[in-house]
Design a protein around this ligand. Structure first.
Ligand code: FPP
Ligand code: MG
Length: 300
């Protein structure tokens, strides 16, 4: 199963997609793909097959996103909390991820053709070394693509992301930064998501209306969409319904975001963010993270 599925739309699906595209489409959408095991149970198949079906649905969903004109997708594939599941399930999920990243490397040309850049966000040092390596290779080999950014949250929680951001400031900034440099903008630049705008829309399946420690730093102005449908069962109609919900809500959000932006400007002015000290710290942090990936990608 490829990362971007070849979907053939029925005429009325194309019509609905075109109508939705006349309105404002989210620039960035985030997915919590929940309900794979309940789906597996209902179909009397092993749990891991439920997760495989979940991956197939992700590939279909990426095709809808590309065709709808969405530029960035962030999806929750494995939480740090998921390490507490049975050994069999954890190993099964991590093996599935490795298999899919290997497949991705074999599909480099197709991803280039669609302009898909892969970024894994999360504490990847908690993953098996072989998986870390294949992730690093996938990130490096797609880094020049710039049409659809696909961020996969693997070994991720927001609590960990925020903790790592503070750790980065202490570890790499102790000799450059002053206490007045520490502010929201600086921490934002230290998050795993530092290269992305905040999601405009969060889509969660399976009837749970929780955030589950996902992108909690980033979701303050995001429109939330919950559906009872299990992830492997969502259809293009659920997807389009979520975009419609965003279109209805985004009008009110504009005023709110404008206010937020004014507040942020005030914050920056009073805290002298992005001084030369901050810039040299951020440069050093970027270099460190890139070196880490390069080294990993070259390990035989
Ligand atoms: C949540 O359903 C789903 C997961 C924990 C795993 C999601 C992973 C995939 C869809 C595979 C993606 C792989 C890559 C490489 C992107 P659940 O297990 O919590 O099911 P339940 O809510 O019914 O118990
Ligand atoms: Mg679940």
């Amino acid at each position: 199963m490829s990362w971007i599925s070849e979907t053939k739309y029925r005429w009325y699906e194309t019509l609905a997609m075109n109508i939705i595209r006349c309105g404002r489409v989210p620039r960035h959408i985030a997915f919590i793909m929940d309900g794979n095991r309940r789906f597996a149970k209902s179909e009397h198949i092993p749990k891991i097959d439920g997760h495989s079906k979940g991956f197939e649905k992700l590939a279909e969903c990426l095709r809808w996103c590309l065709d709808a004109g969405i530029q960035e997708v962030t999806t929750f594939a494995f939480s740090i909390e998921n390490f507490k599941r049975t050994e069999d399930e954890v190993n099964g999920l991590l093996d599935l991820a490795k298999e899919k990243f290997e497949k991705l490397l074999a599909e480099e040309d197709k991803l280039k053709q669609h302009g898909v850049r892969i970024r894994v966000i999360g504490n990847i040092s908690l993953l098996p070394l072989e998986l870390q390596q294949v992730i690093a290779r996938a990130m490096i080999c797609t880094e020049k693509n710039d049409k659809l950014f696909l961020n996969i949250a693997l070994s991720y929680t927001s609590h960990d992301e925020m903790t790592q951001a503070v750790e980065a400031v202490l570890r790499h900034g102790s000799d450059t930064l002053e206490s007045e440099d520490i502010n929201e903008r600086l921490l934002d630049e230290c998050m795993y998501t530092r290269q992305s705008p905040a999601p405009d829309l969060l889509f969660r399946t399976s009837g749970e209306s929780r955030i589950s420690d996902f992108l909690m730093w980033q979701l303050s102005t995001t429109v939330l969409y919950f559906t009872r449908v299990l992830w492997p069962q969502i259809t293009i109609w659920n997807f389009l319904a979520s975009i419609l919900t965003y279109q209805r809500a985004s009008h009110h959000l504009d005023n709110f975001k404008e206010q937020n932006c004014r507040d942020e400007k005030h914050l920056i002015k009073t805290s002298s963010c992005f001084t030369d000290r901050v810039q040299s710290f951020l440069y050093r942090l970027d270099m460190y993270r890139r070196e880490f990936l390069l080294k990993l990608s070259k390990v035989k």
